[in-house]
Design a protein around this ligand. Structure first.
Ligand SMILES: [Zn+2]
Length: 265
């Protein structure tokens, strides 16, 4: 079984002391490639650095998460564009809107999001997007770029049935995380995932966040790791009523096509 984690925040400082062991455990669990999420002005060059240290295994995105939208200056825009000149940077993002935490003012979030969409237009790279409690504004911003963008994935989808169908109507991809395994807030997702067409589905851990609550026993440190992608694939397959080998093969093929990753044996 070959799995691809399309969203892992491996530049997070909780991985500083044992990243090699984390990557080995991921390999042992069938994870053949990972896309390291770049989510800030500081974190995006770090994601690229990791990709360059592990060629063919790690890839990176470069972007500024809505939480950090306040730091999106002209200089920051120029830095991101320079990062996108590197072939290991395979998508624009993480970017989008987050009105749940509102860590940056909403107008700043919308501006940073639009500027990164323009980078995607100019570089023709796929988009790795974040949306939480901001669906209507998110769709409105995206409408302004209609017809100009390449492939889009809404990562860590946690929204409603209506939101899911609007996303699928746009022919965008959907990223599923261990949120699915959260009996408190992910129950509705279990009923929605069978409706995602096989060709639009990808999987991710969002490590070190979102440790799947159905992993037993729960590690004492509570840190999520890419090795748990196999657990997420298993839960997703069960909810979709298909063999995990089918879910794995399909999501891996989708991720390769979406990010333009080479095959691995
Ligand atoms: Zn996110």
């Amino acid at each position: 079984m070959q799995l691809i984690d399309i969203g892992a925040n491996l530049g997070h400082d909780s991985f500083d002391h044992d990243l090699d062991a984390v990557l080995q455990r991921a390999r042992d669990a069938g994870v053949v490639q990972l896309v390291v999420t770049g989510a800030s002005r500081e974190g995006s060059p770090r994601a690229l650095e990791l990709a360059r240290q592990h060629p063919g295994f790690l890839y990176a995105t470069a972007g500024v998460h809505p939480h950090h939208a306040s730091e999106y200056t002209d200089e920051c825009d120029a830095e991101l564009r320079a990062l996108h000149a590197h072939p290991q940077v395979v998508a624009v993002g993480e970017c989008g809107l987050d009105y749940y935490r509102d860590l940056s003012p909403r107008p700043a979030q919308r501006r940073a999001f639009e500027r990164q969409l323009q980078i995607a237009v100019d570089t023709r790279k796929p988009l790795f997007l974040h949306q939480r409690d901001a669906h209507a504004d998110f769709m409105a911003v995206m409408r302004n770029f209609q017809g100009q963008l390449g492939p889009v994935v809404v990562h860590c989808f946690t929204g409603s049935r209506a939101e899911l169908f609007e996303i699928l109507d746009q022919d965008w991809h959907v990223g599923i995380t261990g949120w699915l395994c959260d009996e408190r807030r992910g129950q509705h997702l279990r009923e929605l995932v069978p409706h995602i067409p096989a060709q639009r589905l990808m999987i991710e851990t969002d490590a070190p966040y979102l440790l799947p609550r159905t992993v037993k026993p729960q590690p004492a440190h509570r840190r999520n790791e890419p090795m748990y992608l196999a657990h997420i694939a298993g839960e997703l397959a069960r909810d979709r009523g298909e063999d995990v080998a089918v879910t794995a093969a399909q999501t891996t093929a989708n991720a390769r096509a979406f990010f333009g990753l080479p095959r691995r044996d």
